[in-house]
Design a protein around this ligand. Structure first.
Ligand SMILES: *Cc1c(COP(=O)(O)O)cnc(C)c1O
Length: 233
């Protein structure tokens, strides 16, 4: 019941934000971030119609995905080691959201080519320039854009960001705007349509929708507080 109610609230929150921003209803996809939560919880979301789930660790996705109905779709939203790329693609992950370097992108393209597929990815951008964070800096992405877009077995769908935590949701707005403007600039430069912007989490997804997000990654607002004590996170 809890998960069902939370899902209803978030779907309504997304719809209201779409309307405020003058965006068409249904232009935002809700990714339910199920990391650390058991399959029983994910099944509750599934029973309520949710099909798209996100895990930040491939290992956890590999444990859970086979226990869920076949029509579930999975995104990997956390950092991916190069030696795990093949496993991720073999699992049939729909979107690798956190490709954070040219080296990793090149590895994904090469392995996708070996498997005879095209891999759908997002490029993670470090929007607030913190040294410790993953992702391309905006200037780094500009500099490597031609090499990235020339990789033959990738479908670069768009950009993703995880802004530094802020006290209130409004605080994330400038970071979301930075990502949106960068995507617009790269779209203009070509040659990719870059339809996806993955931004917004439990506390700020409505702001992200107002700023153009197409994928909001919501975990704790659906499933409750995460308990890291029993896992390796
Ligand atoms: C955990 C996680 C989320 C979801 O965070 P919540 O605050 O629980 O909604 C979103 N994106 C990434 C990359 C995450 O690791």
């Amino acid at each position: 019941m809890y998960i069902q109610n939370q899902l209803a609230e978030i779907r309504a929150g997304i719809a209201a934000a779409e309307q405020r921003a003058g965006r068409p209803a249904g232009s935002v996809t809700l990714l339910a971030v199920s990391k650390t939560f058991p399959v029983a919880d994910i099944m509750q979301a599934y029973a309520d119609g949710q099909r798209l789930f996100g895990e930040n660790r491939l290992q956890e996705a590999m444990e859970k995905a086979p226990q869920m109905p076949r029509d579930c779709r999975w995104h990997i939203i956390g950092p991916l080691q190069r030696n795990k790329v093949r496993k991720a693609l073999e699992l049939g992950v729909e979107l690798l959201e956190a490709i954070d370097s040219l080296k990793l992108a090149a590895a994904v393209s090469r392995i996708a080519g070996e498997l005879g597929i095209t891999a759908a990815i997002l490029l993670e951008v470090n929007v607030d320039g913190e040294e410790s964070k993953h992702g391309f800096t905006p200037d780094g992405l500009r500099a490597e854009w031609d090499e990235l877009t020339a990789l033959p077995h990738l479908d670069i769908r768009g950009l993703m960001c995880i802004p530094a935590p802020t006290e209130n949701p409004e605080g994330a707005r400038p970071a979301f705007r930075t990502l949106r403007n960068l995507a617009a600039e790269l779209r203009e430069r070509g040659p990719l349509p870059l339809p996806e912007l993955s931004m917004g989490m439990s506390h700020d997804y409505t702001i992200a929708v107002e700023e153009g997000s197409t994928i909001v990654r919501v975990g704790s607002a659906i499933f409750g507080k995460r308990d890291y004590s029993t896992t390796s996170h």
